[in-house]
Design a binder for this molecule. Structure first.
Ligand code: GCO
Ligand code: MG
Length: 402
């Protein structure tokens, strides 16, 4: 089998997605997600101008060799644009191999290690009361784990507060929106939010929270400690993820489990965190972490350090990335939880998929390959729209971390 054609497809069914389609001389094709939120077209060019010409004529079954060719062969290693592009190729090749052999990708990865993939949904509200009510809606849908975020009184546009009831979409069309941030005001409100949620729904539901890289190490330590009575499943990105050593300080002060890594592009971003047992969950996922091939290695390294996975699964990861993550989640020994933000109906129509939700779990389904299709006829109705994530300023106007 040979690769004959490589297409980079851009569509905006409610938000932008970049999809790679790799075609072969035997008629089988594979899909990969190449979406890098707010920087989409950089990956389009990387793939179209630099990667696609190198793939034509290659044997798509040689997944590992092609991964090494793209990673080692570029010389300029790592980074989100490069690793997203490699991730897209890698997903498409696993998809091709699964389809050609007539098996779902998880069978190629060693088979199922569990019956289903535990997921968490996003409950949020402008006020704590709205957020508490939103948790109830997720429990009614059968979720066993819920991330809870609420607006902070006195701050406009707090991270994590959604616009719809089940959707959270931070990117907006046009130039970046500017939010205002105060760690002091935020820290004063989060513990009482979780007190209310526990009070209302009891001990069983798994609760998660994301601080989105916004605290200093000592503030992060304080938040972790203040949240201990509410026994979170995890506290995510409590300090800037690239400052791995900062987690030494945080870890000494709190037993709240920590999750980091959605912005990491290779395992080299997480080696201190893992080697020194500074986190409990690794958030890397297939699209921004070099595909199934690299994420499988990252998960194995995490497993050695008793760290479980918690793959990023926001709406900016397309159903192709979600499916790829689910095949990996189902198969690896140290799966922890999978983020599951529902896509809009328009997105689901462009990407019909075999994965299904039931009782708080997702399953990738039994279709050969990844189990996701791409409807060109529908995708073409939604042309690319310039869109960015917001930026964040402190109350005096200083730039902060979004
Ligand atoms: C999460 C993330 C998202 C990101 C978004 C960036 O935990 O789901 O933090 O909300 O901000 O995916 O593209
Ligand atoms: Mg996050």
């Amino acid at each position: 089998m040979r690769i004959t054609d490589v297409e980079v497809l851009v569509t905006c069914p409610g938000r932008n997605f970049v999809t790679l389609r790799v075609r072969t001389d035997e008629g089988v094709h594979g899909l990969g997600d190449a979406t890098l939120n707010g920087r989409e077209l950089a990956v389009v060019s990387y793939l179209r101008d630099h990667v696609a010409p190198c793939l034509i004529g290659r044997d798509p079954f040689r997944i590992e060799d092609i991964w090494q060719y793209l990673y080692r062969g570029a010389y300029w290693r790592r980074g989100p644009v490069t690793m997203t592009a490699i991730g897209a190729v890698d997903m498409a090749l696993w998809d091709i191999k699964g389809k050609a052999l007539g098996v779902p990708v998880y069978e190629l990865l060693g088979g199922a290690s569990r019956a289903g993939v535990l997921v968490y949904g996003h409950a949020s509200g402008e006020s704590a009361g709205e957020a508490v009510d939103a948790v109830g809606r997720y429990l009614d849908l059968g979720y066993k784990a819920v991330r809870v975020q609420a607006g902070v009184p006195g701050l406009s546009g707090t991270y994590g507060v959604g616009r719809g009831e089940l959707f959270y979409e931070p990117a907006g069309t046009g130039l970046p929106r500017e939010d205002v941030w105060s760690a002091e005001k935020y820290l004063a409100t989060v513990p009482s939010l979780f007190a209310r949620v526990r009070d209302e729904y009891g001990d069983e539901v798994r609760l998660l929270h994301d601080a989105h890289h916004r605290l200093t190490p000592i503030q992060a330590a304080r938040l972790g400690r203040d949240l201990e009575p509410y026994r979170l499943f995890w506290l995510e990105d409590v300090a800037p993820a690239e400052q791995q050593e900062a987690f030494r300080l945080i870890r000494q002060h709190t037993t709240t489990p920590l999750a980091v890594g959605e912005i990491f592009s290779t395992i080299h971003d997480a080696t201190v965190l893992l080697r020194e047992y500074l986190i409990d969950y690794l958030r890397m996922t297939v699209v921004h972490g070099g595909g199934i091939t690299h994420l499988r290695n990252a998960a194995a390294y995490a497993d050695v350090h008793q760290v479980r996975t918690g793959c990023h699964g926001a709406t900016d990861l397309s159903p192709v990335a979600m499916a790829a993550a689910l095949h990996l989640d189902l198969s690896i020994p140290n799966f922890g939880i999978q983020e599951y933000m529902r896509h809009t109906a328009e997105t689901d129509e462009v990407f019909p998929h075999a994965y299904t939700f039931s009782g708080g779990y997702l399953h990738p389904g039994g279709s050969p390959g990844l189990g996701v299709d791409y409807r060109d006829d529908l995708a073409e109705r939604h042309p690319y729209q310039r869109a960015y994530l917001p930026v964040s300023r402190l109350e005096d106007g200083t730039m902060g971390n979004w």
